[in-house]
Each structure stands twice: as structure tokens, then as C-alpha cells.
Design a protein around this ligand. Structure first.
Ligand code: HEC
Length: 150
């Protein structure tokens, strides 16, 4: 008797259509979820380099700010942080735009950051009084680029 019922259901056009639609809908949802996951992973992997670069810059910039707050601006530590920031500033463009040339305003912000860091490194700040204006200038470029691009 069960078999008869199944045959009846399959042969009944309306029910058959309903089932087909339900299966197609589920299949669509499944493919959509898998696709969204693939795209999401790709985007995350793509952003990882940019975020990583920024996070390490934040680490060194934060250490300068922290030393200023604590009024302990050791010249060697300052020089190290500035040098790390300067090296990372070369990574900004390839990290954020891995397969294209960034527009000119973005490149302008990047090179302004490099200029601010070069000037800072050249003055070799030995104390907090010397470091403060340099950190200020660097932080301002970070903020300005973020306002437009982050
Ligand atoms: C030329 C533009 C530019 C400059 C200059 C710049 N940034 Fe960024 N920053 C970005 C962009 C774009 C993002 C967003 C990256 C993303 O999420 O893919 C970002 C994101 C960040 C983030 C968040 C990272 C995360 O994990 O989401 C931090 C922290 C950061 N920047 C710190 C800094 C610091 C500190 C400086 C200066 C020393 C700086 N940035 C200078 C463009 C810039």
C-alpha cells in the first residue's frame, strides 16, 4: 500500500512540481551558502595583508604614543619604532592594492607618511620633546588617509 501511495505522489503533477521546486530551492540555498563562504574567505585572505600591515604599524605608532604618555622616550626605542614604521610604509600600497595601482590621492597620503617618517628619523629625536611633534605629524597622516580610505 505504501508503494502505491509513493507512485501516486510522484505521478501527481502538482505535488511533483512542488517537490521539484522545494529541492531546487534547497539546492539554490546550499550553492549560495557555499559560494558566499568562498567569496568571504577570499576577501578575508585578501584583506589580511592590508590589515596585518596596518596592525603592525599601529603597534609601533602605539608604542611611541605610549612612551610619550609615560614621558619615557628612550632614543634607541624611538629610532627602532620609527625605522619599523618607515619600512612598513613601503608596504601600504601593495598591501591595500595588491593587483592595481592606487589612485593618486592614496599614493599621496602614503608618500606623505614616508616623508614625515624620513624627517623624523633624520632629526633622531633623543627625548620626548623632540619626539612629540614627529609623532603628531605621523599620526595626522594616518588619520587623514583613514578618513578617506578606511
Ligand atoms: C595611504 C593610506 C593609509 C595610511 C597613510 C595609513 N593607513 Fe591605516 N588603513 C588604511 C586602509 C585602507 C585601511 C583598511 C584596511 C582593510 O581593512 O583592508 C587601514 C586600516 C588601519 C587599521 C585597522 C586594521 C584592521 O585590523 O582592521 C589600523 C590599526 C591602521 N590602519 C593603522 C594605521 C597607522 C598607525 C598609520 C600611520 C602610521 C596608518 N594606518 C596609515 C590606509 C592607510
Amino acid at each position: 500500500m505504501d508503494g502505491c501511495f509513493v507512485i501516486f505522489v510522484i505521478r501527481d503533477g502538482r505535488y511533483n512540481n512542488w517537490m521539484k521546486n522545494a529541492i531546487l530551492l534547497l539546492l539554490g540555498l546550499f550553492i549560495g551558502a557555499v559560494g558566499a563562504n568562498i567569496v568571504g574567505n577570499a576577501l578575508r585572505a585578501r584583506d589580511a595583508y592590508a590589515r596585518g600591515t596596518m596592525d603592525v604599524m599601529q603597534h609601533h605608532y602605539g608604542s611611541l604614543r605610549e612612551n610619550l604618555r609615560a614621558k619615557q622616550c628612550n632614543a634607541t626605542k624611538t629610532a627602532f619604532a620609527l625605522a619599523q614604521l618607515r619600512a612598513l610604509s613601503n608596504e601600504i600600497e601593495p598591501a591595500v592594492y595588491p593587483d592595481s595601482t592606487p589612485e593618486s590621492a592614496f599614493r599621496e597620503f602614503s608618500s606623505r607618511l614616508r616623508d614625515a617618517l624620513d624627517t623624523g628619523i633624520a632629526t633622531a629625536p633623543a627625548d620626548c620633546a623632540a619626539l612629540a611633534p614627529i609623532a603628531e605629524k605621523v599620526g595626522k597622516v594616518c588619520d587623514e588617509c583613514h578618513q578617506q580610505y578606511r
